[in-house]
Design a protein around this ligand. Sequence first.
Ligand code: GLC
Length: 595
Amino acid sequence: MSSLDGDVSQNGSLKRVDALRALAEIEEFDFSRSLDKPPRTLNMERQRSCDERSMNELFGVPSPSPRPSSRAENNFRLSDHLDGLHSPGRRSGFNTPRSQYGFETHPSVAEAWDALRRSLVFFRGQPVGTIAALDNNTDEQLNYDQVFVRDFVPSALAFLMNGEPEIVKNFILKTLRLQSWEKKIDRFHLGEGVMPASFKVLHDPIRNSETLMADFGESAIGRVAPVDSGFWWIFLLRAYTKSTGDASLAEMPECQKGMRLILSLCLSEGFDTFPTLLCADGCCMIDRRMGVYGYPIEIQALFFMALRCALLLLKQDDEGKEFVERITKRLHALSFHMRSYYWIDLKQLNDIYRYKTEEYSHTAVNKFNVIPDSLPEWIFDFMPVHGGYFIGNVSPAKMDFRWFCLGNCIAILSSLATPEQSTAIMDLIESRWEELVGEMPLKVIYPAIESHEWRIVTGCDPKNTRWSYHNGGSWPVLLWLLTAACIKTGRPQIARRAIELAETRLVKDNWPEYYDGKLGRFIGKQARKFQTWSVAGYLVAKMLLEDPSHLDGNLIFSGDRAKSSLLTHSSTSHFDHVFCLYICAIPECLFSILL
Ligand code: GLC
């Protein structure tokens, strides 16, 4: 994390010039006007059929209860300063969230909506994102007062699921506009397609004007560009389109171009021998040196997901068609590479343990010349009999065997993982519950690195000491990803267990950014409070569990949903059978927000 002013203090006026260059004065879009017509009515009205009601009964869900009036009053108070910002005749966007099926909600849900609404960031009167953290008790602001692209994803999903798509549209358009800015670090220009890591609204009280200021990595600690931002952006465009049924945003020439620019960056030909993307340390959620350089799972899984989304969003015009062809080829190669070389389970571990080395030619089994002695001690105990996962990184003579939560969940969601692999990942989470979930979900990485390894790998980073922050810390934001993966694999009880662990404590602790310790027992050493993605991650998890049709993937996942393997899975309970049958039976036309 870095201060926006940090540049100036370090290197005086020269750096200031660069910081000023990054000042992006954002004019209102001409093209956004054309989008001002009301979006297609959301396909939200669901028939509460007999089947559905009996499902609720089966779930043991109490019958709908009236919303407590205190909640509504609370909302009214919170939205005081927001009044008048919404267009008449449209959903205000600041309503009390609806519980689609009348599920009784936990008191933390109301607290979470309040916190989420407080985090809204406005630009020229329109909500354009959510601030990373609203922690007023910390002197050290760093850049937590910005709207981060990756942090906004769970906020966006919460708003979409609650029938409030405007903020998501605004965010997509504003960040698209930022993409077109000249990006420069010292004397070096970044690729045209790079999306910002974050942006901030600057108020000038004298000129009574507002400008946006973006960071593409030129202010970030380590000066690394966010590779994930562009992928999340494409994902959000798809989520917006799918949930609203409004294709006009994605079809805008500007959006099509923005997508092509992102894709050009990662589909370009070079010296690569692998279909995976080569990245610097710190280019994703783990935005400090943590030994994830190379081909990190988080980026590869997001890349795969973004390519799948882009296939659905690109227009079939001359330019679009060319990309569709390149994407299809890349998806083919990428899924083969990932499923073959990143996958580990007991059998694969045993094979690596017995690997021959120094093999040459096409017949080599140990293609990357991984030396069995490089297998870490912990993995022999960690690997369960049933279960497996995608390891963190694969490159010549290097396999990073650590568990990375985000990459594995995205692999499930995007169907990068086969149905069998998805099931195995869930088995692993269940059988290694203490290690991966502990007392606070969820470990971002497992295990932590310490001592000499920590010195070498992190460069003695005091923020990433063992079992803290990125180095084995527990991040509540990951709850939404776990829940989505659980629903896709028909194992909702896993998510329910994790949510139960978190929900009361998160409110009591004021929504920390992360927790420390082997079991996640302590609020993180430098964790911000009121961290927005902890709030939104919890909300999305709750909403997905409450109404799994949000995740209905029939349109893109046809044929690859994990239902068949799930239904025969030995540990699948009666409850899960029912649940799985339920989500598989949801008609395609229903409102769904993810892929
Ligand atoms: C931390 C996280 C990063 C996040 C940012 C803002 O730097 O590592 O993933 O985007 O905080 O919350």
